[in-house]
Design a protein around this ligand. Sequence first.
Ligand code: NAD
Length: 250
Amino acid sequence: MRLEGKVALISGAARGMGAEEARLFAREGARVVLGDLLDEAGEAVAAEIREAGGTASYVRLDVGDEAAWAAAVALAETTYGKLDVLVNNAGIVRYAEGDAEGLGDYDRLMAVNARGTYAGMLAAIPAMRRAGGGAIVNISSISGLVGQKHVHAGYNASKGAVHIMTKSMAVQHAGEGIRVNSVHPGPIRTDMTVDAWSDPALRQRAERATPLGRYGEAIDVAYAVLFLATDEAAYITGAEIVVDGGYTAQ
Ligand code: NAD
């Protein structure tokens, strides 16, 4: 199994891509700590993993809260002995609707997506040092690479911040055996995008903009995250993998 012996912490793992990554990681032998604000859904995913023979625990984690990050990392270390992998997946989105009114949405997007990702790395790195190394996968977006007419500029800014902070942290922690990479999903069918993919006109617009002609599924992204988390990616750090059906290739 590709993550045999590894311990992973995944933020935003109660649903969507984070939940799919937790399931896949567990199938590949990792012991997984799932963090989220949605306690009932998060506990249910962890229970589902255990029923399937895997090892998983849920912890309440608001990525804006340093103490909650410390507790999640401590849970990984006390329950499973160490922390090898962090997936900074939790995120929120806003769409552009005419002129933005004030800075509220911008601040919220930056707080969860950018600051929350940085907070996760700060909390995880000392534990990874104790474990002798580690792998961090930050979930950015195609919105961190290109501007989009229908997306709030604050979302692009937050995901662009995740893209470049991944490279800073990769360079700064390479000497400690800690790899840091980013994954950039295109339109993926999750709860976050349900309004878009369940509306025939919006769905068609996204599919037309995507050379592979369809919405991605959470598992499409999870496989890329898995690769970066494993030792197969031992010589990859500060890199980005786009999982977007060709969206940004045109
Ligand atoms: P989702 O809304 O289904 O899941 C996101 C999870 O993050 C939820 O369980 C939510 O409760 C959790 N979360 C939100 N704020 C949190 C906080 N402060 N602390 C802890 N958890 C929090 O979304 P998804 O589509 O699975 O998105 C996962 C990641 O992928 C996000 O970072 C998102 O920005 C990114 N992304 C999504 C798409 C897409 O098309 N769905 C595309 C590109 C990037």
